[in-house]
Design a protein. Structure first.
Length: 448
């Protein structure tokens, strides 16, 4: 135990965080390079084929549709999006730069699987990703207050993180979503009112892109900032609904958008190897049972998935209504992020990028954490940060680490709550006479 305590220090963690990610990234890049060699067809590498930044091309293409919520492309491919119009407003400058390439895809001249081979498109994507990554690393570095080699280790480890790796490979707008969410996390308690207001607007932007970050707004209830919650709700409603006026059909597209989102979640993606939600755990469990017993468990799977997802949300919401306690920053943050990853029907591995913020929080709170929690957080964060398993879409390891951190955070928050209640109960049981008898004794001890 003493040996473990000796090495479980912040400098050793930063080195492990970096080297663990570096080795994993090198292995991932070697595997990807082999896959890219013409004529090579290794079955064990085929899953890398989705690392083509296709999400970015697909998102840009909707910007050139009069109505991205229904219809077909010139190539005959069905066209329907699950993003709100605000997402396309954010990406509009990049769509202008890559317009010739995007029109090639719309007209069927290039496919999503090989869009990365188009130079103009790929340089545009690199511009988008690098700008976001630089901003994210700048914020993480600034708030870490690390210097010298420690800062280099931390920033390098954050850039090699599995969530960053998967975001880059898929080209998903999760990168923008996380940047907005990070601004909210870091600046929501600023002393300057206009900075706080910008952080609320950033959260509204994250919600208007991916919807699910709405779970992060529970922090306002936790901190009793109800007026701030109302203002954030106003910003969110504005960014969610007003941009529909820029789309052909206006507000009549809202039902289409809802149907598209529901349809996306019911396409059998729950069993996907990159999915890290509760739905995925349940789907894998019943898939194993189905292979053993040759029985259709689809109804039971749907019921159990709904119950567990609802339970995750319910626990998170209920715990958010209790006031803040000393030492609850880390567990409550893990509760929100864990819930965000778990309760979605489809939650792909790029959501692991949120754990780069948890890495920052661990550094900030290092000295106040007990040894057992510090050890658990380090182990889970190293698993979540490892990019190599995602080459085969083996997100199960990271998904399990996230589920463990969520469960531990629930336990810790309830424990803190009960400890407070026990103290209040013990105080209430004391009689006035016992308090009076105790006071002179304590006074005499202090004088002595």
């Amino acid at each position: 135990m003493q040996t473990l305590k000796k090495y479980l220090t912040q400098p050793y963690f930063l080195k492990a965080y970096f080297y663990f990610g570096l080795v994993g990234m090198i292995m991932a890049l070697i595997a990807t390079a082999i896959y890219m060699v013409p004529g090579v067809n290794h079955p064990w590498l085929l899953l890398i084929g989705t690392f083509t930044t296709s999400d970015f091309m697909e998102t840009l293409s909707y910007i050139y549709a009069a109505n991205p919520y229904k219809g077909y492309w010139a190539s005959g491919e069905e066209r329907w999006t699950i993003y709100l119009p605000f997402a396309y407003m954010v990406l509009y400058p990049f769509a202008l730069i890559a317009k010739p390439s995007v029109l090639k895809y719309i007209n069927g001249e290039i496919s999503l699987d090989y869009c990365y081979q188009d130079p103009l498109y790929y340089w545009t994507y690199l511009l988008y990703f690098v700008v976001h990554l630089v901003l994210i690393l700048f914020l993480l570095g600034k708030w870490s207050k690390l210097k010298g080699k420690d800062l280099i280790y931390f920033l390098a480890a954050s850039s090699l993180h599995s969530g960053v790796f998967f975001c880059f490979g898929r080209g998903n707008v999760m990168t923008t979503t996380f940047l907005f969410a990070l601004i909210f996390f870091l600046y929501k308690d600023s002393d300057k009112w206009w900075v706080r207001e910008l952080s609320y607007l950033a959260l509204a932007g994250a919600i208007a892109i991916k919807i699910y970050p709405i779970i992060l707004a529970l922090v306002f209830i936790r901190e009793r900032k109800f007026f701030a919650l109302l203002r954030t709700a106003f910003y969110t409603a504005s960014l969610v609904f007003l941009p529909f006026l820029l789309v052909e059909g206006g507000f009549s597209n809202i039902p289409l958008f809802v149907n598209n989102v529901l349809g996306f979640g019911s396409e059998g993606r729950g069993l996907g190897a990159s999915n890290v939600s509760v739905d995925n755990f349940v789907a894998k469990f019943f898939w194993v049972l189905q292979q053993i017993f040759k029985v259709d468990f689809s109804k039971a799977e749907k019921v159990l998935s709904t119950i567990l997802s609802g339970l995750v949300i319910l626990v998170t919401v209920v715990l958010s209504f209790f006031p803040r306690k000393k030492g609850d920053v880390m567990p409550y943050t893990l509760l929100l992020i864990g819930c965000y990853l778990l309760f979605q029907t489809i939650s792909y591995s790029y959501v692991f990028i949120f754990y780069t913020y948890v890495g920052l929080l661990l550094i900030q709170r290092w000295d106040e954490l007990p040894f057992n929690r510090k050890a658990l957080y380090v182990i889970c964060l190293l698993i979540l940060a490892q990019p190599f398993p995602l080459v085969w879409h083996l997100a199960f390891f990271g998904a399990t680490a996230n589920a463990i951190l969520f469960g531990v955070s629930v336990y810790d928050l309830i424990k803190l709550l009960l400890r407070k209640e026990e103290a209040e109960t013990a105080l209430a049981k004391q009689t006035p006479s016992s308090i009076e008898e105790k006071a002179p004794k304590e006074l005499g001890d202090n004088i002595a």
